[in-house]
Design a protein. Structure first.
Length: 441
């Protein structure tokens, strides 16, 4: 009986060991399965975040294509760099492309965060304009952005040299720098809101989303074993909301600037009716023509055409015909002088033509004759109640030729207009008054 009893004990022991082994294998399989499910779920969260960032980027690209302004382009560059930093910190590229080299990825992860913080401070100072109102904010923006840029280059060098050994420490240092950038941006926005900027309040909310996004993404990188689904969701949601807030504020700001420019009448220095340059833009073009002529040792001629009866039909046909007359006269003038000359509108009654690098004086005379021949033709305009009125231009022409590079555009144009005004009693077919040479004072 004793051998049988020992055999049973041995069999039960082996059976328990086999059962424990099977249980351990099943537990390991379940852990591996759960890790796979969590990894898939994590990738889905970051993929949704990436989709949101791509959609916002398309919005920013459309705004750049529509407005064609420098501020819209700056916003797009900031969006691309900062969004790339967020996507890299999520770890999605490494999961999708396991063969990516570790050192370049670490360099981008560590450097794009502080660099994005520097761009936030610089653009925030330009956008809010609070740096000019508060000396403390000016020092925060100026010193903080420079320090972040320097640290970004230093941390890139450290990542390239010691990335394989101290990757965690490098990312921790990058997280501290990014947190300081978020803090400085938040303080700047709050200060601008105190100074009365209404959009700065929404910017402060955007900075709070940026703080949540930065904290969550760096925690995901530094605490890989302790992250959870809730942290992933909060980080992805905060990232998308931050960029959505920034793009929305940028579009609103650019739209308001364009509206103010239209109201002030100086939008890009172009006349809305004729499309011709005026104001400071016209003066800059005239001055450039003077400089180019003096550089090759030739003269430059300024022709002023004064339209005397621009408002002749205003009482009968309405003031809207003035815009039609200006547009038609501008087209005729451009046709007469071609596209090599500068054509502008000094004021509604005075057109300006600048002929640079004039080597033969007879060219000016031929141009003036052609200008008179085209400008004096009658013009039909549509007035109130769709009634057609005939407009016969009455104008006089004056020209001034300069040879000095330091001639002042306003003085030259004023003198050419005075010459034209002095010949107001001339009929259009008569010869204009021409002054040969004006030496710069």
């Amino acid at each position: 009986m004793l051998p049988v009893h020992l055999a049973l004990i041995s069999f039960n022991t082996k059976h328990d060991r086999w059962g424990q082994s099977d249980l351990n294998q099943e537990s390991a399989h379940l852990v591996t399965h759960n890790r796979g499910n969590m990894q898939s779920l994590e990738n889905e969260v970051w993929a949704v975040m990436l989709g949101g960032l791509l959609t916002i980027s398309i919005m920013a690209i459309m705004d750049v294509a529509r407005s064609r302004s420098l501020s819209s382009l700056r916003s797009l560059v900031f969006l691309i760099i900062t969004a790339s930093s967020c996507v890299l910190l999520s770890g999605l590229p490494e999961d999708l492309f396991p063969l990516l080299p570790a050192t370049p990825v670490l360099i981008l992860k560590a450097s794009l965060g502080p660099l994005s913080g520097a761009m936030v401070l610089i653009y925030l100072g330009q956008w809010l304009g609070s740096a000019a109102d508060d000396r403390l904010v000016f020092h925060i923006i100026s010193s903080g952005s420079k320090a972040l840029v320097i640290c970004a280059f230093l941390i890139s060098t450290a990542s390239a040299l010691f990335g394989e050994t101290y990757s965690t420490e490098i990312l921790l240092f990058a997280a501290v720098l990014s947190a300081l950038a978020v803090l400085m941006a938040t303080l700047t926005s709050m200060r601008a809101a105190q100074l009365g900027d209404r959009m700065a309040r929404d910017m402060t909310i955007g900075c709070l989303f940026m703080a949540m996004s930065t904290s969550g993404l760096y925690a995901h990188q530094l605490l890989t074993d302790n992250t959870s689904f809730i942290l992933w969701m909060i980080s992805a949601f905060s990232t998308v909301m931050f960029f959505l807030t920034m793009v929305n504020l940028g579009i609103r700001h650019n739209r308001q600037i364009r509206r103010l420019e239209r109201l002030s009448g100086i939008s890009q220095g172009m006349d809305p009716a004729t499309g011709l340059p005026r104001g400071s833009v016209l003066l800059a073009k005239v001055d450039d023509a003077f400089w180019r002529s003096a550089r090759i040792h030739t003269s430059c001629t300024v022709i002023a055409l004064h339209l005397r009866n621009l408002y002749e039909l205003s009482d009968d046909a309405g003031h809207q015909v003035d815009q039609q007359i200006l547009a038609a006269m501008a087209a005729r003038m451009r046709r007469a002088v071609g596209f090599r000359c500068v054509v502008g509108l000094y004021h509604p009654r005075c057109f300006v033509v600048v002929m640079s690098a004039v080597k033969q004086p007879q060219v000016v005379g031929k141009m003036t004759v052609r200008l008179r021949a085209l400008m004096c033709k009658p013009l039909d305009v549509v007035g109130q109640n769709d009634v057609i009125h005939s407009f016969i231009p009455q104008f006089s022409v004056g020209s001034v030729t300069v040879t000095a590079a330091n001639a002042i555009p306003t003085q030259v144009i004023d003198e050419a207009e005075q010459i034209a005004l002095s010949g107001e009693r001339e009929v259009p077919s008569e010869t204009e008054t021409v002054r040969s040479t004006l030496n710069a004072r």
